[in-house]
Design a protein around this ligand. Structure first.
Ligand code: FES
Length: 346
């Protein structure tokens, strides 16, 4: 098979290329290049876009603060949609769009549109070329009007400075500090000295002391906290308790005895290590074991940690019985934060 001869790669231009280089067309000035009024009008339009962007960012922050995150609205064609998501999406979209549109409009109407030909050269330019490039850059910057058109400059800087605020505001969704959030639970909703009926988490019925039999473990929650509450998971994650029955003489601490009712004690179900739900009860030892990292709490000794990585005792909930109804009730909230206690570590 004969080899076909390829053209010389470095043949003089024109010898192998049948198309002549037409060169650049003559530069056509735009209306804003020759009419100062049109240029001013374009400048105002660009600034207006940046101002709209600023207003949209402010609207984003206002929506985030003022609209209920659970509010649903019905919009024709789109159907049911979260009002907060809609408002955040629209305002942030407008803010970003107007910055982009303003920059494009500015470039198309006011910045120079003259074609500049740059000949190819070696990667490293000689000093004269570099000086020339710097001069060209400075000339381009001057022609863009960035220094001269102060209204555009200020509004653009304002718009670009405000847009990142949208991201900063969203940090609020990380929630309050754990030491604050975990200090208050549903049990305290009835006021400091109020009482809350204790409800069996499985049957949804109030509990009497005789329902807690020795050796068993009953999971419970406060009255009013139901699965249809919009913040149910968040609240049950803090308020869930376990009820067990001990013999009153098995209880080692005076405070624990005072906070119990005829041997029935209530403890937070949330492990004080990193917050797993606890549920393994050793009837003979009264030890409660967390399945995550095996922290073990002694319920006969004020919920003290007897093994594992948990740093503090399981919080106890003070309970009593309503003399009229005979149902178990909690007195106030936990006296200390429930759940993980990493903020207390040295
Ligand atoms: S979460 Fe309970 S031991 Fe780690």
């Amino acid at each position: 098979m004969s080899e076909e001869k390829l053209p010389e790669p470095h043949s003089p231009a024109g010898a192998l290329d049948p198309f002549a280089d037409p060169g650049l067309p003559a530069h056509e000035p735009r209306v804003t290049d020759i009419d100062e009024k049109a240029a001013r009008r374009a400048e105002r339009q660009v600034s207006l876009l940046f101002v709209i962007s600023m207003l949209a960012t402010i609207g984003f922050i206002a929506s985030y603060v003022s609209i209920d995150k659970y509010k649903i609205i019905d919009i024709f064609f789109f159907g049911k949609i979260g009002a907060l998501n809609l408002a955040l999406g629209c305002t942030l979209g407008v803010a970003l769009f107007c910055i982009g549109a303003g920059a494009i409009h500015w470039a198309r109407t006011l910045m120079t549109d003259e074609e500049i030909v740059q000949e190819r050269h070696e990667f490293k330019s000689d000093p004269a070329d570099r000086e020339g490039a710097i001069r060209e850059f400075q000339r381009g910057a001057a022609e863009s009007g960035f220094g001269r058109r102060s209204m555009i400059r200020r509004t653009m800087i304002g718009a670009m400075a405000l847009v990142p605020l949208s991201g900063v505001v969203l940090l609020r969704d990380l929630g309050p500090l754990p030491s604050v959030a975990l200090r208050h639970t549903w049990w305290g909703k009835n006021g400091k000295n109020g009482r809350t009926l204790i409800i069996n988490e499985n049957t949804n019925k109030p509990l009497r002391p005789e329902h807690i039999v020795k050796g068993s473990l009953v999971m419970a929650k406060p009255e009013g906290l139901n699965v249809d509450n919009h913040d149910y998971l968040e609240e049950i994650g803090k308020a869930a308790i376990l009820l067990i029955r001990l013999e009153p003489d098995e209880i080692k601490s005076k405070k624990q005895l005072e906070w119990s009712y005829n041997g029935v004690v209530a403890y937070s179900k949330i492990c004080t290590h990193v917050g797993c739900p606890i549920g393994l009860y050793e009837q003979q030892t009264h030890h409660l074991l967390c399945p995550c990292h095996q922290s073990t709490f002694d319920l006969a000794d004020d919920g003290a940690v007897v093994f594992g990585p948990a740093a503090r005792s399981l919080p106890q909930l003070k309970i009593t019985v309503n003399e009229k109804t005979g149902f178990l009730e909690a007195i106030g909230d936990f006296a200390e934060p429930v759940g993980p206690s990493f903020w207390e570590r040295g």
